[in-house]
Design a protein around this ligand. Structure first.
Ligand code: MN3
Length: 254
């Protein structure tokens, strides 16, 4: 199943098994791994944000985001929905011969070669690991640094950006995600994807490196907000972890 590219990357990374594989890599090894991915035509490859194939501990308590998301929703979302994506991803990856030492991002970039099970659960796992990290209890509420200026130059103002992103979430029919992502020209873009797809996937209509994602599946908000998705999104802005989004942005444009 592995492409020649992923085989090369595997060789680069072999000997560093398990989670945190990139932590142990020298920066030159990381650069050459990224260069290999770039030659394959992908948008960008900031592997340091790759979640791997296993669920990581939630970086805060279930009640930490109460301003936007109630504790019961967080608990069910993390321990049932997201946990199941990770388990099913590992099952599918094993069955389809995916080398789980290589970044999940690389598998997602060639997801058209794999099954619907791998696509749905690989996306589900990646998207949720990103989602937990781009939220924080004590959010600074606005982006800083070069992300702030990029948002202003791309969308006119932070408020216009928020309106456009909110609309992407509100108008996504059924289940899916709203995204802020960096495209192949390193420009910021807003878009949405159905189900558990994301902009890394070769099958996605919108393509790039995701730096902020919003889960608009009903399981993300229904207990507290019922059918009022716009109210959920309005409150969600209060818990966006802009420091994390900024880090992802810096890596994507570097
Ligand atoms: Mn979800």
């Amino acid at each position: 199943m592995a492409s020649p590219t992923s085989r090369r990357n595997f060789l680069l990374q072999s000997g560093k098994a398990g989670l945190g594989v990139y932590v142990g890599l020298s920066s030159s090894a990381l650069l050459s791994a990224c260069a290999t991915a770039k030659k394959a035509g992908s948008v960008s490859a900031p592997h340091q944000f790759d979640p791997g194939y296993q669920q990581h501990p939630l970086p805060y308590g279930y009640d930490a985001l109460e301003q936007a998301i109630d504790a019961k929703t967080m608990e069910i979302h993390f321990t049932k929905h997201a946990a199941a994506y990770a388990t099913n991803l590992q099952e599918a990856a094993k069955a389809e011969g995916v080398d789980m030492n290589k970044p999940l991002e690389e598998t997602l970039r060639t997801i058209s070669k794999y099954s619907a099970k791998l696509r749905n659960n690989g996306g589900g796992h990646y998207n949720h690991e990103l989602f937990w990290k781009v939220m924080a209890p004590a959010s600074s509420n606005t982006p800083g640094g070069n992300l702030a200026s990029a948002i202003t130059s791309s969308f006119g103002s932070f408020d216009t950006f928020k309106t456009q992103f909110t609309d992407a979430g509100k108008t996504r029919f059924g289940s899916g995600w709203a995204w802020l992502f960096v495209d192949g020209d390193k420009k910021l873009r807003i878009g949405s994807t159905p189900n558990q797809d994301n902009p890394l996937m070769d099958v996605s209509e919108v393509k790039g490196y995701p730096i902020l994602g919003l889960d608009v599946w009903e399981h993300a908000y229904y207990l507290r907000y019922q059918n009022k998705r716009p109210d959920y999104i309005a409150n969600w802005w209060k818990v966006v972890n802009w420091d994390e989004v900024q880090k992802r942005y810096a890596a994507a444009v570097s």
